[in-house]
Design a protein around this ligand. Structure first.
Ligand code: ZN
Ligand code: ZN
Length: 308
């Protein structure tokens, strides 16, 4: 155990004992009570400031945070540690500045599920111009009026066809829950994909808007868990022609993977796994034109030979 830690621990325990006894002061000791509270505040401040002074010559909370993160590239660093090296409570704002103004790739538990919400990982020692542009865009959109969902959609639309991180979506929505992104797909039919829904090459926690068109009404309102499990069962491929997004070509007719109801939803067909099949957008249109349903549809799926 380090000397510094032993000394601090002794002092902190003394402060702790003092705090415990403060609650028992009779009310007539008003002024004394306040004086002691102020002394405790000073003691806490000393602890915080000594934490930041010893570790580096870097000036300013942001520079100290960066220097600390750079020493541990790729490792999860807790908010508590950053608070100590920064010497301030508002370290999340400095993290944001490192992303927006300098382009450092710093991820959190929003993007990486193995991280806790209050953990940060610096992904590489040098900043990245593309990342900086992405954060600048997010920063502009964050200030726009409208609901958090509107701003998330706006960011995805500006980045159409390109991946967007959960951290950036959470930033523009000012911390609102990420399930809102899924609602964009399930309620409004925006084709937002993840690694589980048609874009297997995306990292966990990243999203991609496939196009500026919304999916047809009958494709919406499918619960995310059901949506994911149908795609998984069908191997993310069209059940008629075998197409997957990996085969997607600029300007080609086949662009999306969609779900189709074997018994149509408007005729009472349920939104469950048994009643849904994966189709590409072209075969999907054909299925609706051919008006095949139920077992007839299953037979129709098998009639086309794989290709295109
Ligand atoms: Zn197809
Ligand atoms: Zn359909």
């Amino acid at each position: 155990m380090s000397k510094i830690y032993t000394a601090w621990r002794r002092d902190l325990l003394a402060i702790h004992g003092l705090l415990d006894s403060l609650g028992d002061r009779p009310p007539e000791d008003k002024q004394l009570f306040r004086a002691e509270v102020m002394q405790v505040a000073e003691a806490l401040n000393l602890v915080r400031r000594s934490g930041m002074l010893r570790f580096t010559k870097a000036r300013g909370a942001r520079a100290r945070i960066l220097e600390y993160l750079k020493r541990y590239v790729g490792e999860a660093i807790s908010g508590d540690e950053l608070e100590v090296v920064a010497g301030i409570h508002e370290y999340p704002r400095r993290i944001r500045e490192l992303r927006v103004q300098e382009g450092y790739v710093i991820v959190t538990g929003v993007t990486r599920e193995e991280l806790k919400p209050d953990e940060y990982v610096l992904e590489s020692e040098s900043p990245n111009a593309e990342e900086r542009e992405r954060w600048r865009l997010a920063n502009r959109i964050r200030r726009l009026p409208g609901s958090e969902k509107d701003r998330m959609l706006k960011l995805l639309q500006e980045m159409v066809g390109k991946p967007v991180s959960g951290d950036q979506l959470q930033y523009v929505s000012k911390g609102k829950e990420m399930r809102r992104v899924r609602e964009l797909r399930t309620e409004q039919g925006w084709r937002v994909s993840t690694r589980l829904t048609g874009q297997p090459h995306l990292p966990v926690g990243w999203y991609l808007l496939e196009s500026l068109d919304q999916a047809p009404q009958h494709d919406r309102s499918i619960k995310p868990g059901v949506y994911d499990s149908v795609l998984e069962r069908d191997g993310h491929a069209c059940r008629r022609c075998g197409w997957t997004v990996a085969k997607k070509r600029e300007g080609a007719k086949r662009q999306y993977i969609e779900l189709h109801h074997m018994e149509h939803h408007k005729d009472g067909g349920p939104n469950n796994r048994e009643n849904l099949v994966t189709l590409c957008n072209i075969c999907h249109d054909e299925a609706h034109r051919a008006k095949v349903m139920g077992f007839e549809l299953l037979e129709w799926l098998g009639r086309k030979s794989p290709g295109e």
